[in-house]
Design a protein around this ligand. Structure first.
Ligand SMILES: Cc1cc2nc3c(=O)[nH]c(=O)nc-3n(C[C@H](O)[C@H](O)[C@H](O)COP(=O)(O)OP(=O)(O)OC[C@H]3O[C@@H](n4cnc5c(N)ncnc54)[C@H](O)[C@@H]3O)c2cc1C
Length: 475
């Protein structure tokens, strides 16, 4: 049977676009793993469930692309609001990322007093509001109509955001805070690392503003784990095949695509790849397609995650961020993110909290290591994070941790065929060379966090919105 659309991969991008298209078209969704969701899946180890990567759900306010998509599919996620969104622990400082702007200013002025705090954070807030209010931003590179719409979007953005679209974020920060303390800059960079996978020196100010404003939005905890959302999202897709990895795709001129999996061969008129832009070339033999994907080199950072089952009676917030005064060994960050399952969540909190600790690391640190060296390095970083966790959460004792294990970029690659966390940081220099959802090959598209605009639920949903409009001929 020939399908209208084959979506390869059930991450945020793949699942959302497959569900939207399945309302009218004959859609095939293929996922390598038994769990849907990729970096945002929930898996089981022994008796216990853990979120593989993503733990926060945001960007779900009325009018946002994510909310529109969920409503259109009819998905009704079971959510608890996380309040305060994130508690940042930095030495003796306790910095709550509360949603209300004035309350947050009180927190910031207490922790990092500076006369320019108000004007800086107001700018961050206002730019973020303006970004999410912008109507139908488009980023398509390979069709005339797409290019015209993209130029239109760029023109509107230039009008709204002016120089902040291109200026380096760290330069703007230094303008407001010429003698910014190391701790204040660390705090800002740590916030950017969790939302953009990049520091202020690596991104434009508009990206930084959107990243810093993330906790001004409602942050939610999905009951039953992040993976539970995907069962809901994909409920209307009839042809969903789990544990079926695509190993090759053939495409001869303008004919249909032939998709080869470990279990069979499928035909489809349109293919949407949820594999990363860096890994997509592995599925094709055709030179033109290979050349397109080879333009996008794997750079970026990877994630290191420690998963733990913690038996403890104290009540914790859903999310914390710990910022240390020095780089974490074998990581590229001074901070790590801590997420606790909600005690009322029967599945995730069976026998204790399901806890994840995550930080950023260089991909090259892990790939190609000899087995013994790799294992030692993994154990060393896991132990470091566990010890730092026990220092900051002193009511938790070592013996309360009844299960713990960790994942490196290599582990992510083994399970979901990607080693990077996030995509290419959007900088003032690379804007026009950034990967888009369309490709130079007719009816071949990419979706997910390595194409514009990337990153997490809000960013990936915006990319899905662009692809949905492209497939319906709107842009
Ligand atoms: C540690 C960590 C923490 C994070 N925290 C958050 C957070 O709190 N909130 C948030 O919003 N975002 C968070 N993110 C980012 C977010 O998880 C990602 O941006 C998002 O999940 C990426 O979605 P994607 O659509 O690119 O798909 P991916 O997650 O990359 O999934 C792709 C899927 O495709 C499948 N696949 C790939 N190739 C094939 C093939 N050949 N055949 C079949 N299937 C294939 C994979 O198995 C996978 O399931 C986090 C990321 C990490 C790593």
């Amino acid at each position: 049977m020939q399908h209208d659309i084959a979506v390869i991969g059930s991450g945020m991008g793949g699942s959302l676009i497959a569900a939207l298209q399945a309302k009218e078209k004959n859609v095939l969704l293929l996922e390598k793993e038994p769990h849907l969701g990729g970096c945002a899946s929930t898996f089981k180890r022994g008796k216990y469930h853990y979120n593989a990567g993503a733990t926060t759900f945001a960007g779900y306010e009325e009018g946002t692309p994510l909310k529109r998509i969920f409503d259109s599919i009819g998905a009704k996620p079971l959510l608890l609001e996380s309040s305060p969104a994130i508690r940042v622990l930095q030495g003796d400082r306790v910095i709550d990322r509360v949603r209300d702007f004035e309350d947050f200013m009180d927190v910031i002025n207490t922790n990092f007093p500076h006369p320019n705090n108000d004007v800086f954070w107001r700018l961050v807030y206002d730019l973020d509001v303006a970004f999410w209010e912008s109507k139908n931003p488009t980023f398509l590179r390979y069709s005339l109509k797409g290019k015209i719409d993209t130029l239109g979007s760029l023109f509107k953005m230039q009008k709204t955001f002016g120089r902040y679209l291109y200026q380096n974020a760290q330069k703007v920060i230094y303008r407001y805070f010429p003698n910014i303390s190391e701790e204040y800059l660390d705090f800002i960079d740590a916030q950017l690392l969790i939302t953009l996978q990049a520091k202020s020196s690596e991104v434009s100010f508009i990206s930084a503003a959107i990243g810093l404003a993330y906790p001004f939005h409602k942050l939610y905890y999905p009951v039953g784990g992040m993976g539970a959302l995907f069962e809901d999202i994909t409920a209307g897709i009839e042809d969903l095949k789990k544990e079926e990895q695509v190993v090759g795709i053939k495409h001869h001129h303008d004919s249909v695509f032939e998709i080869e999996t470990e279990k069979g061969v499928y035909e489809s008129k349109i293919v949407i790849l949820n594999a990363t832009i860096f890994d997509s070339h592995k599925l094709f033999e055709e030179g033109k397609i290979q050349r397109h994907y080879h333009k996008f080199q794997q750079k970026g950072k990877g994630a290191f995650v420690v998963y733990m089952k913690v038996k403890n009676r104290e009540t914790f917030l859903h999310h914390y961020q710990v910022i240390l005064d020095r780089l974490i060994p074998d990581a590229v960050s001074k901070s790590f993110f801590v997420s606790f399952s909600d005690s009322s969540d029967v599945k995730m909190s069976q026998d204790g909290y399901s806890v994840t600790l995550s930080t950023h690391t260089e991909l090259v640190e892990w790939i190609g290591l000899e087995k013994k060296h790799y294992k030692e390095k993994k154990k060393k970083l896991e132990s470091f994070l566990l010890q730092a966790f026990l220092v900051y959460f002193s009511s938790i004792k070592k013996e309360d941790i009844i299960q713990s294990f960790s994942a490196t970029p290599k582990t992510f690659n083994r399970y979901i065929l990607r080693s990077n966390a996030g995509g290419i940081a959007l900088t003032p220099m690379n804007f026009l060379r950034y990967p888009s959802t369309d490709t130079p090959v007719k009816n071949l598209y990419n979706i997910g966090d390595t194409i514009f605009p990337g990153q997490g639920w809000p960013g990936v949903a915006m990319g899905v919105d662009i692809l949905q409009r492209r497939l319906s001929g709107e842009c």
